[in-house]
Design a protein around this ligand. Structure first.
Ligand code: ZN
Length: 53
């Protein structure tokens, strides 16, 4: 039996990303923060807002 660990991160604006690949999730949130909010987020920032779902 395999269990998939999904990570979810939700931006303050409501933009939400769910992925089983943490690196991908970090990249998507970083891209979103940069393009939509002109804000740089570190990997630690994204990991701090991510939760397991
Ligand atoms: Zn946002």
């Amino acid at each position: 039996m395999s269990k998939t660990m999904m990570q979810q991160a939700t931006c303050a604006c409501g933009f939400s990303v769910t992925s089983e690949n943490e690196d991908e999730l970090v990249k998507i949130i970083q891209d979103h923060a940069h393009s939509k909010h002109d804000k740089e987020m570190t990997v630690a920032d994204v990991k701090a807002m991510a939760k397991q779902v």
